[in-house]
Structure formats: structure tokens, C-alpha cells
Design a protein around this ligand. Structure first.
Ligand SMILES: O=P(O)(O)O[C@H]1O[C@H](CO)[C@@H](O)[C@H]1O
Length: 291
């Protein structure tokens, strides 16, 4: 049975709980994917490229949390891309939904138990780097775990070594080879000019940032800002998965306080939706290159 936040365990779910959830998901398909993709806000369109999709709604998995945010549908989907079996996670959990950090990233542990070795994580993010425009993409080459730095790291609590080590190096969090392959694929498709590489910072949300906050976070060296991803990256690395992270830039941070428009979740969804076809094309090529 799932423990409460006050147990402060790394996972809140025991190793056995996670294995049982994975076994439940595996009942729905004979595919045994090694590639997993987490779809960010509004990026579920990636799922449209799946051949023979088999959805597994979170509700059918005992003790699995529900996803409450518009743009996150709440299911795993098995399917094939370019002859390779993949598992999509459509319906990320966020800290601002009220879930403790260990629960936010728990689906990654289930993906590991299903057999996923390469984890591709996508998100919608605000551009802090003034060169970034809505519709651009950023390969995440490093991150700033702002909640982690202030005591809310996803690995805080008891550690079960069957999940991973107590102390985890994060200097090699993002797989360089996967980053290079993604770059190659964007250049091949003629979209190299949309692509950047940079640092993602996670904030707790759900408020978007003030101009003063954007300025401070930019001074820290962050290029893109969002409210997700880092707990999944940390748990992915704790589980010894190869990790690739991609941000779709959905809005440009107003560092000069010049815009009269207030940023909304609908703005984020619109840009994500406008980029859906391009992302589908890119992912088909990218997955064909991933081992
Ligand atoms: O990070 P993802 O889930 O892609 O979504 C981003 O977009 C939402 C805000 O519109 C927030 O959830 C933020 O984190």
C-alpha cells in the first residue's frame, strides 16, 4: 500500500508496489518497449505517430495517481514507431497539483520496472534566454533543480538500494549521444535554426513568474523555465536510465516588463498545439536513430 508523505521515503511506494503496477500495465500489451517518452503539456500529439496504439488509463492501475492538468490525458500508451516498440506516458504529474515530490516522479519507476532503458522527457517551457522565441526547441544539457536546492529533492527520504544509490551524481544527467542524434535529426529535416541547447530550471508553480523572478532565474544562468521534468530526470538517472530532455519554448519571459499580455495556460497549449506536426515528424526520425 502506498505510504504517506510523512514517511519521507524515496518513493512512498515500496519496490514491490512498483513491480506490481508494472506487471498490471504489461498485461495490456505483448510489446516490451525499451524506449519511454513522457509527453509535456499539450505535446500528447506525439502519440498520433504511434502505430497500433494500446492505451492503459491510469485508473486501471491500482494505487496510481490521476493527472489533473489540461493537456495531460492520464494514460500510458504502448505502440510502435519506425518498427520500434515504445511506451508513451501521456499525463504527467506535477508538484503544484498537490502531489509530494516522490509521487510526481513515481511513474518513472513504473516505466523502469516495465523495462524502459531510454527515457525521453518533453515539456512546455518559458524562454528565459532572450534569443529564444515561442516555437523554438531546446535540448536540455543541464538543469537547476530549484525545489531540490531548497530541500524538496525528489530523492529525499529513505533510500531503497534496489531503486538506486543513496547519493547520485548529476554531472552526467543528460545523455550526450541522444542530444547529438536529436540535433542531427533537426538539421536533416531543415529545422536546425529552431534548435538551441541550454539549461532548464524547475520552479514549483502553479503561478507563472514575476518579472523580478524571471530576472533572478536568468541571472542564475537558466535558459528555459518550467514546473516539471527535473524530478523525472533525477529518478530516471537514479534508475540508471539514459535520459534525453527537450523543451518546447511556448512563451518568452518578459524580462523588460514591456508586454501588456498576461501569460495563460491556454497560450502554452496553443503554441504546443501549433508545433504538434513538426514534433511528430521530428520524433519519428529521432526514434529511428535511438538504439
Ligand atoms: O512542464 P509541462 O508539464 O510540459 O507543462 C508546463 O506548462 C504548464 C503551464 O502552462 C506547467 O505544467 C508547466 O510545467
Amino acid at each position: 500500500m502506498a505510504a504517506t508523505n510523512s514517511d519521507m521515503s524515496t518513493s512512498g511506494y515500496s519496490f514491490e508496489d512498483i513491480q506490481a503496477m508494472a506487471q498490471e500495465v504489461l498485461k495490456y500489451s505483448s510489446l516490451r518497449p525499451k524506449i519511454g517518452i513522457i509527453c509535456g503539456t499539450g505535446l500528447g500529439g506525439i502519440g498520433d505517430v504511434l502505430e497500433d496504439p494500446v492505451p492503459v488509463p491510469y485508473e486501471v492501475i491500482p494505487d496510481f495517481p490521476v493527472s489533473t492538468v489540461k493537456g495531460h490525458s492520464g494514460k500510458f500508451v504502448f505502440g510502435m514507431i519506425q518498427g520500434k516498440p515504445v511506451l508513451l506516458m501521456m499525463g504527467r504529474l506535477h508538484y503544484y497539483e498537490g502531489y509530494p515530490m516522490w509521487k510526481v516522479a513515481m511513474p518513472v519507476r513504473v516505466m523502469k520496472a516495465i523495462g524502459i532503458e531510454t527515457l525521453i522527457i518533453t515539456n512546455a517551457a518559458g524562454g528565459l534566454n532572450p534569443k529564444y522565441k515561442p516555437g523554438d526547441m531546446m535540448i536540455i544539457n543541464d538543469h537547476i533543480d530549484f525545489p531540490g536546492l531548497t530541500g524538496e529533492c525528489v530523492l529525499i527520504g529513505k533510500n531503497d538500494e534496489r531503486f538506486g544509490p543513496r547519493f547520485l551524481a548529476m554531472s552526467d544527467a543528460y545523455d550526450k549521444d541522444l542530444g547529438n542524434k536529436f540535433k542531427e535529426c533537426m538539421v536533416q529535416l531543415g529545422h536546425g535554426s529552431l534548435l538551441h541547447e541550454g539549461i532548464y530550471i524547475m520552479v514549483g508553480g502553479p503561478t507563472f513568474s514575476t518579472t523580478a523572478e524571471y530576472k533572478v532565474l536568468r541571472m542564475f544562468g537558466a535558459d528555459a523555465i518550467g514546473m516539471s521534468t527535473i524530478p523525472e530526470v533525477v529518478v530516471g538517472r537514479h534508475s540508471n536510465m539514459k535520459v534525453f530532455g527537450l523543451s518546447l519554448i511556448t512563451d518568452a519571459a518578459d524580462l523588460e516588463c514591456a508586454s501588456k499580455n498576461k501569460l495563460t495556460h491556454e497560450d502554452v497549449l496553443k503554441i504546443a498545439n501549433d508545433s504538434a506536426l513538426l514534433l511528430q515528424k521530428v520524433f519519428v526520425n529521432f526514434i529511428s536513430m535511438v538504439n
